[in-house]
Design a protein around this ligand. Sequence first.
Ligand code: EPS
Length: 379
Amino acid sequence: MLRYWTAGESHGPALTALVDGFPAGLTVDYDAINSELKRRQGGYGRGGRQRIETDTVTFLSGLWQNTTLGSPLTLQVINRDAKLERLEDVERPRPGHADLPGAIKHLGGVRAVLERASARETAARVAVGGLARQLLAAFSIEVGGWVTELGGVALGDREGSLPELRQLRDTSEIYSLHPERDGEVTTLIDRVGKEGDTLGGVVEVRVEGLPIGLGTHTQWDRKLDGQLAQAVMAVQAIKGVEIGMGFETARRRGSEVHDPIHYAKAERTGPMLGFVRPTNNAGGLEAGMTNGQPLVVRAAMKPISTLRKPLDSVNLRTKQAEAAAYERSDVCAVSACSVIIENVVAFTVAAALVDKFGGDSLEEMQARWKLYQDLAASR
Ligand code: EPS
């Protein structure tokens, strides 16, 4: 079983992740992980913290000569703004943040909660995803993510191969597939920021090259759609997750939703084993299993809850009405969110790959992948 946990506070010495069950034999490309970390720090609307940090990954365990050993990996991202010991507590909880429920739950202060609840923690998750996608790449599985909506401005999708779409996205300041509309959105972010407010949006992640049969229909907690929903929903500020046509399926008839099955003999050696589908409303998942089509996951991010023009709150000590606390923050982190969702989806898919093909070594996984493809094609 491939799994991970993270540890670390936003202004503590470092964020770490412990990855367990990663196969032996993968030579790690540090630059590829660091480039995901850098992208996570970017996007229009970020606050002052990103000018302080330069996130890079260090491995503290699990590698020998840059190659995975099959033993637990420890990944570390240093916090330059490691000022936790000097920071004061917060008395006026921010609506929408972990402040109020966390302080009551732990019978303590707000600082103790917000430091861990902070989205800074996602740097560790991106580092782990940056590693996981290297395992996926060894099976020619590719991942890409972008912003499809920001602050109510619908930007939408685009046709094209994943490398083309990623290249296009990288020319956009807000990581969308419509860089020609960046100006419209950055003007909106500037205006809302000046008004002391924040903006959310929708991000989309696509995974291509998946075989039929990752995940399972047999048990609820191993259904891949359920695992993806959990991983994505567990990212800070996410309020909704969709797979494929998602909520829109509820408004349509069955005949307009389900993807017909055709057979094309010429494609029988491809990933679909000849069972081609003219549409992909299922978003690559049927009954908790991949069906050979591209996986499509979307997530809705709420606006950041730290507002420069704060909402009503209550002083936890005096119980008097006061405005919520404001600390340096972002106006909009939807672009960063697209990087985070891309990487948590990559990890979840990599875990399903390890589940199907075994986790001891990359070499064994690749042999079992080939055996499975041959057996499935011979049916
Ligand atoms: C965050 C508050 C801000 C954000 C932070 C998330 O941090 P700071 O208080 O240090 O300015 O910048 O996001 C990051 C640090 C990051 O790297 O993404 C919060 O309260 O969630």
